[in-house]
Design a protein. Structure first.
Length: 176
């Protein structure tokens, strides 16, 4: 159960990262099933692969629901279009821990994209890694499976959450 909670927390961070970036004119992803492989160095989180069933409505709702949360915890969120994709810089504070992040997103939102993010944190629990790198490799797999609905995220170990339940996820974010 503890591992599942850690994975759910990682998914929340993923959603916040994607939502913060998507808040400024990133294209919506192609509807269907996306596989997202997340690799992080400099932290306790293991490599994990998730699948996300999405459609235009889910991506728009995710942007609309996550953006206000990100605005509450982030004093800076800049995103710029580049010749190869997008660059995002942010400064956020959650539960007394401040984090500065830089992300680069390349690829397209119809077949595959990669987001590479570097972060530096201050404060927070002692012994925690201060610098980390996260890479998310996303690829479109095709139509969602018959037992999936838009918003479903299939986590390792068979755990399923739905992004349309964003109100429940908001409660996982520590208060300042």
């Amino acid at each position: 159960m503890t591992r599942q909670l850690a994975l759910l927390g990682s998914a929340v961070c993923l959603v916040l990262s994607a939502g913060a970036a998507c808040a400024v004119d990133l294209p919506l992803r192609k509807a269907g099933l996306w596989e997202m492989k997340m690799v992080r160095t400099g932290g306790p989180m293991p490599e994990m692969t998730m699948q996300h069933c999405t459609d235009e409505t889910v991506d728009k709702e995710m942007n609309n629901n996550v953006s206000p949360m990100a605005k509450q915890i982030c004093s800076k969120q800049d995103i710029k279009k580049t010749s190869t994709g997008y660059v995002s810089d942010s400064e956020c504070n959650v539960a007394g821990m401040s984090t500065t992040s830089h992300a680069e997103i390349i690829g397209d939102f119809n077949s595959a994209y990669t987001m590479k993010s570097t972060s530096h944190s201050e404060g927070g629990p002692s012994g925690m890694a201060r610098d980390s790198t996260t890479t998310i490799e996303a690829k479109w797999l095709g139509a969602c499976k018959a037992d999936q609905k838009p918003g479903d995220i299939m986590m390792p170990g068979g755990m399923k959450i739905n992004l349309k339940d964003m109100e429940k996820l908001k409660g996982l974010i520590p208060k300042r």
